[in-house]
Structure formats: C-alpha cells, structure tokens
Design a protein around this ligand. Structure first.
Ligand code: DQA
Length: 151
C-alpha cells in the first residue's frame, strides 16, 4: 500500500508575471528566462536524485489549488509569490496550512525597492526568505531543502 508522501520531490511555484522573465524589467530581474531557471533547478535536483516540479501561474487561486494538492506528496516548496507576496492573505493561509518547509524566494532585493515591497504577508509563515540574489536564490533554496533532507 502506498500512503502519504512520496520521496524525493520538491515543488517550485512561481507567481504572477514571472513567466515574463527575460524581457520583464531586465534591469531589475535580469535576462534569464523562467525556463532557464527551471532547467537549472531540475538539473541540480537530478544530481541529488530529487525530482523538481516547477509550475508558474498568474492566478492566486490556482497557486493555492496546486499547493493544497501537492503539499502532501512533496518534501518542500520553493515559492516566489511575485506581487502576491505583498497582499495575499489567502496564499499566506495556504502556506500556513502546510506542514512541509517552504522557502520564499525573490529575484530582486525587495527590501531595497518601493516601500510596499518591504512588506511580505507570506514571510512570517514560511521557513525563510531569500531575496536579491537573482536566479541563484532559487538554487540556494533548493540546496537548503536538499541538505535539510526535505525531499
Ligand atoms: C518579485 C518581487 C515582487 O515585488 C514583484 O511583484 C515580483 C517579483 C521578485 O522576484 O523580485 O513579481 O517577487
């Protein structure tokens, strides 16, 4: 009988507008595409026998649906909620409801930008936040989850 969590899986969730990476405000977000970031994550995961599943959605409810559906079968979540970071109590509640580690990642240093970006309603309910390291931030988050054995 198969029950509960499968081993060796990490879910990566990208929020609104991150599908535009590569052309979106390259001075802030760089020129790497989301696909190239996902490829690096999948490759790093594979090197550690971990399956990395990457999903992007522009829709708050869809991100919540995916979190709810997948949280019991993955060992950790890496999430860049995009602008939802700053106001989505619904996403915060969804993150708060899961019992696996979740790392919040931002490409840009949100603390060095507009005042509204300094507020993260999601940060208090995740394991930690990484901001300002560009795509490397996702890899740092994955490394943390791998070393912590959260697979
Ligand atoms: C972002 C920062 C957010 O403020 C912004 O709305 C984004 C991207 C980042 O990765 O730096 O969409 O999450």
């Amino acid at each position: 009988m198969t029950t509960g969590k499968q081993t060796s899986k990490i879910l990566v969730l990208h929020g609104p507008n991150l599908n535009m990476l590569g052309t979106r405000e390259p001075g802030i977000y760089g020129t790497d595409t989301l696909d190239s970031i996902d490829q690096r994550l999948v490759t790093m995961g594979r090197e550690h026998s971990i399956s990395v599943e990457c999903v992007q959605s522009n829709h708050e409810g869809e991100l919540i649906d995916i979190l709810q559906a997948r949280a019991s079968s993955v060992g950790g979540v890496i999430i860049n909620p995009g602008a939802l970071t700053h106001y989505s109590i619904a996403l915060r509640d969804a993150l708060s409801a899961i019992s696996i580690p979740a790392i919040e990642v931002h490409l840009s240093n949100v603390h060095a930008r507009e005042d509204f970006r300094r507020i993260s309603v999601t940060a208090p309910v995740v394991t930690g936040q990484i901001a300002g390291f560009g795509p490397e931030g996702y890899l740092l988050a994955l490394r943390y989850l791998i070393e912590r054995g959260a697979s």
